[in-house]
Design a binder for this molecule. Structure first.
Ligand SMILES: [Zn+2]
Length: 148
C-alpha cells in the first residue's frame, strides 16, 4: 500500500474500512439493533459540505461526536483503519456500494444502513478481506481512487 496522504478540502466520495474485532451490537436509528460479526466492513459515503473530504472523514475518525448518521454509531464503537477516496463533484457512493457488494464473499449485515436517501440495499458492506477494495472502487470511475 502507498503511504497515506492528507485528504483535500474538496468534494468527493470515500470508503471507510472498519475493523470489527469482536461481535459488535449497536443501535442505528430506525434500523434498530445492528450486530456485526468480526471481520471487515466498508462504508461508502460522499462529502459535499464545507471542508469537503477532509472535514467529513476527520469527523468519521473522531472518537467522540454527536450521533447524526447510522455510520456515527458504528465509528463510535469501532475504528476506521483506512480510507479510500476520489476527489470529484460526482456522487459515486451508490456505485461504490454496489461494487463492494459484488465482491466475492461480500455481504450486507445491516440492510438499509447508510441508504436512507437512496434506493441501495445498504452502504455498509461486509467483505472477507480488504485487498480487492481499491480495484473494485477504481473500476467504477475514471477519477483516481487514492488511499488516505
Ligand atoms: Zn445508495
Amino acid at each position: 500500500m502507498p503511504p497515506a496522504r492528507e485528504l483535500p478540502r474538496l468534494p468527493g466520495t470515500y470508503a471507510l474500512l472498519i475493523r470489527i474485532a469482536a461481535p459488535l451490537t449497536f443501535q442505528a436509528g430506525r434500523l434498530g439493533t445492528v450486530t456485526l460479526m468480526p471481520g471487515w466492513v466498508v462504508y461508502a459515503g460522499s462529502a459535499h459540505g464545507p471542508g469537503g473530504l477532509l472535514a467529513r472523514v476527520s469527523r468519521h475518525r473522531r472518537a467522540q461526536k454527536t450521533r447524526r448518521w447510522h455510520i456515527d454509531a458504528l465509528t463510535l464503537a469501532a475504528p476506521v483503519v483506512a480510507v479510500w477516496a476520489a476527489v470529484t463533484p460526482e456522487r459515486l457512493e451508490c456505485r461504490w456500494a454496489a461494487a463492494l457488494a459484488a465482491l466475492p464473499g461480500a455481504g450486507l449485515p445491516a440492510p438499509g444502513f447508510g441508504a436512507s436517501d437512496c434506493g441501495c440495499p445498504a452502504h455498509l458492506i461486509a467483505i472477507p478481506e480488504p485487498d480487492a477494495i481499491c480495484g473494485a472502487l477504481a473500476a467504477t470511475t475514471r477519477v483516481d481512487v487514492g488511499l488516505y
